[in-house]
Ligand binder design. Structure first.
Ligand SMILES: Nc1nc2c(ncn2[C@@H]2O[C@H](COP(=O)(O)OP(=O)(O)OP(=O)(O)O)[C@@H](O)[C@H]2O)c(=O)[nH]1
Length: 617
């Protein structure tokens, strides 16, 4: 071999060595073992988190070849691929080997409808992509190969076949949702979906029932708290419906952008309507006036957050919406805590119901972070928590309406009692006034028949009574006695002692006589000037009448009123008496005639010396 030929051969050998070394390096880098999962004949479900590896492609530029060769793969500490803000791409890989002894189909389910773009690359052990699928809530549903509420892919394996599954999770603007991919056999997936549908049917059924019930309640009561509660149920229900993927699946499958808007708007609307409801339900304005402006401000901020989609993107508005939710939770707890110290029952219900929601959501998040084991409570934590919250608030509302109705009834009872008391008071007043009026009337009537100076009945009344009594006597018989008496030398008395003294004497005489008329029917009349008449009761026996009248005369004389103008030296009176005995029964007596008889006897008494009684028998 010539020297140049040798050098050429040597160079070729070196190049071959270099190529071999480079190939070795390249092959050894690509040959990093992929964690493997064996699917046996008893396979039902494998949670892929801990059985797989993840890779964070921070720039989002790596292709399959690059990730296959990467040395950055690491194990996960939980079942969930980390969520949060990152503009990179998350990759997940696992080798699945069909050890069931027969061809096998499985579903790779992300257990979430929320991930912008997902790609599943199924690669055979030699590195060839044998199958490629895409899905994601930024794609219309028609581009998801395997339909379902959640993001999922079909994996078909031949007997003893192995495939490397590369799952690529990308976002539009950096917001990654923590997903928990699981591989399930078809029967297991079907059972899982059935149970999931049942739980959500119950959940959304409950929201719908509460919604309708409260709409009816609102229509009958027109209570604003109820109206806000209905709107809140509507907003929250819409959010939950969309969040769980039913919006995209059933309502707007070809409008992923609209799905994002609904998701964002329903968060802010939920907080706004909830704050408005709480304002009325807990009477924040009246009972917590210093917190009220803060609650109003938070509500207004959440209302403004509804406009945040105008800023573009999803991550930014979502961040704002989350801030709004946080502010809403803080102010709600502040109000409820403050009002709890005032022993407000609505505040207690709000406190407990929000605690239930917080507990449910916390359990769900802890499960996502791998701190809790998966179970019914952690899987459906938000649903259970919010269902409890909604039920408690609905019960609270019903309780408040009951309390209000009770208060209204009590107020009505009080008003009725007060009205009753007023009526009674009015009644008593009317009775008192009537009595007073009757008394005044009686007094007026009395005054109209009495003589002002002496208090004896007046002449007008005498005429009436005398006529009536005579008529009665004419009908019934019995004894009727009438006498007239006249103060003796009264002119002289007036002349000597003055007219006022005369008046006083007349009063004294009348009082003396009246004091002795004790029987019912005995009456004293002033017939004019110093002349009086006495009509005696029919019950008085005839033989006692003259003596009785003489007793009156004696009583006047016994007054001992000095009268120097009288031969008796004191005041006296003369009496003319007529006694109509039973012999006169049935006679129609003429009052004037009887009067004249008495007057004549009085005249006789005067003529016979005064201070005496003359009787017409
Ligand atoms: N003070 C006073 N005097 C009266 C009243 N009414 C009548 N008189 C006076 O009574 C007097 C009656 O006088 P007379 O009819 O002459 O009778 P008399 O002086 O009593 O004489 P005899 O009846 O015969 O004893 C008159 O002077 C009347 O002015 C009165 O209301 N008050």
């Amino acid at each position: 071999m010539t020297r140049p030929a040798f050098e050429l051969a040597y160079r070729a050998f070196r190049a071959l060595l270099l190529l071999a070394w480079m190939s070795f390096v390249a092959l050894s880098a690509g040959a990093t073992p992929v964690p493997e999962v064996h699917l046996t004949s008893t396979f039902a479900e494998v949670a892929l988190g801990r059985s797989s590896e993840v890779l964070h492609d921070r720039m989002g530029t790596m292709d399959l070849e690059a990730v296959r060769r990467s040395q950055q793969w690491r194990k996960l500490s939980s079942d969930a691929v980390p969520g949060g803000y990152s503009h990179g791409v998350w990759w997940m890989r696992v080798r699945v080997t069909n050890s069931s002894g027969a061809p096998l189909q499985a579903i790779l389910d992300l257990n979430s409808p929320l991930q912008d773009y997902v790609q599943l690359l199924q690669v055979d052990p030699s590195g060839h992509v044998v199958h490629q699928d895409e899905a994601g809530d930024h794609l219309p549903l028609s581009r998801w190969k395997s339909g379902g509420r959640t993001l999922r892919f079909l994996v078909s394996l031949g007997t003893a076949e192995s495939r490397d599954l590369y799952l690529r999770l990308a976002t539009e603007d950096g917001l990654h949702v923590g997903v928990r991919p699981a591989l399930r056999s078809l029967p297991e997936q079907s059972q899982h979906d059935q149970f999931d549908t049942l739980v959500h049917a119950l959940y959304f059924g409950m929201i719908l029932a509460l919604l309708l019930y409260n709409v009816v309640l609102f229509l009958s009561t027109r209570d604003r708290a109820l109206a806000y509660y209905v709107l809140h149920l509507l907003a929250f229900g819409t959010w939950a419906w969309t969040f769980r993927g039913y919006g995209l699946k059933y309502f707007w499958p070809e409008s992923p952008a609209f799905n994002q808007h609904v998701l964002l708007a329903s968060i802010s609307l939920s907080v706004v309507t909830q704050s408005l409801f709480l304002m009325h339900y807990m009477r924040v304005r009246v009972d917590a006036p210093r917190l009220y402006p803060v609650l109003v401000a938070v509500t207004a901020a959440n209302a403004l957050a509804l406009l945040s989609p105008l800023l573009g993107g999803y991550a930014g508005p979502f961040f704002l919406a989350c801030l709004g939710v946080l502010a809403g939770v803080v102010i709600t707890y502040a109000c409820a805590g403050y009002l709890l110290r005032k022993r407000s029952r609505p505040a207690l219900i709000v406190f407990v119901s929000f605690a239930a929601l917080a507990l449910g959501v916390t359990m769900y998040l802890l499960r996502l972070l791998g701190a809790l084991q998966p179970n019914f409570m952690t899987e459906y934590g938000p649903e259970i928590g919010s269902a409890l919250q909604m039920l408690l608030l609905a019960l609270g509302l019903a309780d408040q309406m009951n309390t209000l109705r009770e208060q209204k009834l009590q107020a009505e009872r009080h008003a009725a009692a007060a009205q009753m008391a007023l009526v009674e008071q009015l009644d008593t007043l009317v009775k008192a006034r009537t009595q007073e009026l009757e008394q005044v009337n009686a007094k007026l009537a009395d005054l109209s028949i009495k003589d002002e100076l002496t208090g004896a009945y007046n002449k007008r009344h005498f005429t009436e009574v005398f006529q009536t009594e005579l008529a009665r006597y004419g009908r019934q018989g019995g004894v009727l006695s009438f006498c007239m008496f006249d103060v003796d030398f009264f002119k002289a008395y007036n002349d000597r002692y003055g007219h006022p003294a005369g008046d006083a004497v007349l009063r004294k005489v009348a009082a003396t006589v009246r004091a002795r008329l004790r029987r019912k029917g005995d009456r004293l009349f002033r017939l004019g000037g110093e002349e009086f008449g006495v009509l005696l009761s029919v019950d008085r026996p005839a033989d006692t009448v003259a003596r009785y009248i003489d007793g009156l005369r004696q009583a006047i004389a016994d007054l001992g009123v000095t009268h120097e103008g009288s031969p008796f030296g004191k005041l006296t009176a003369s009496f003319g008496l007529v006694i109509l005995g039973s012999a006169s029964q049935g006679e129609a007596l003429d009052p004037e005639a009887v009067y004249a008889l008495a007057d004549r006897q009085l005249y006789e008494a005067k003529r016979n010396g005064r201070n005496r009684v003359e009787v017409e028998a």
